[in-house]
Design a protein around this ligand. Structure first.
Ligand code: DX5
Ligand code: ZN
Length: 233
């Protein structure tokens, strides 16, 4: 049974404003500033910055120097997704490099250390989120839910762009939407992996309100149109 998702005005949540966070993993890194300006003008709400260390995930992407350069190039809200082991070691560095929100995987460290990472982020005036891999149960978000600004549900195995959406994640998104309504209604619910105009409609109905999209935005001929289609899916 899908939880009935209503705001205090009685408006269904899925008809409320959806945010789009294009992932620069699918951008042309040789012209990153222009790529991000393109999606900003196209109506993106956040820019999603995927950090991979070759250990937590079997791939290596970008890190602190690129984040600093991007920060200098855009005013867009930067949503950093740390796919790294023991992220508490780098929480402050990513905040100082210019992230507006830092996402920590709950699988990447002890509960105590993830809480410490959230605290370090908050102490620097930045937002924080916790992220769940596909195999991690929804309940794993509960120790953090009242302390974070966002919960990120992975709808592919983290590590690579361009994978297929895992439909089996929809019940988890619904469960977490229920937790958010109960414990922290202002917390955002973001999804990441395989989001296009078809799967966007599914995750919105399940309760997501921030959609990460790499290939479906950056590989589109008309990125503004792609962002608009995701918002209105
Ligand atoms: C995967 C990353 C995603 C990825 C999404 O590990 O966290 O943000 O870039 O790419 P698409 O939208 O192409 O699945
Ligand atoms: Zn991501």
């Amino acid at each position: 049974m899908k939880p009935e998702i209503l705001t205090s005005n009685g408006i269904r949540k899925e008809s409320m404003m959806i945010k789009i966070a294009p992932s620069i993993l699918s951008a042309d890194f040789s012209r990153l500033g222009a790529e991000v300006e393109d999606i900003r003008l196209g109506g993106a709400d956040y820019v999603h910055f995927d950090v991979m260390d070759g250990r937590f995930v079997p791939n290596i992407s970008i890190g602190i120097p690129v984040l600093k350069s991007l920060r200098a190039a855009t005013e867009l809200f930067i949503d950093a997704h740390l796919m790294i082991e023991e992220p508490v070691r780098y929480a402050e560095a990513f905040c100082r490099a210019g992230a507006d929100l830092v996402n920590f995987h709950v699988e990447a460290d002890s509960e105590e250390n993830i809480l410490a990472a959230i605290e370090k982020t908050r102490a620097l005036g930045k937002k924080s989120g916790v992220t769940l891999k596909p195999g991690t149960a929804a309940e794993a978000a509960l120790p953090f839910i009242e302390k974070v600004d966002l919960i990120l549900v992975m709808t592919v195995e983290p590590g690579f762009g361009g994978q297929s959406f895992m439909h089996g994640m929809l019940p988890k998104i619904e469960t977490i939407r229920g937790y958010i309504e109960r414990y922290h209604p202002l917390c955002e619910l973001e999804v990441d992996g395989g989001i296009d105009k078809n799967t966007a409609a599914l995750v919105k109905t399940a309760g997501a309100d921030v959609l990460v999209a790499g290939s479906s935005v950056f590989k589109a001929q008309d990125r503004a149109k792609a962002i608009c289609e995701l918002k209105n899916a």
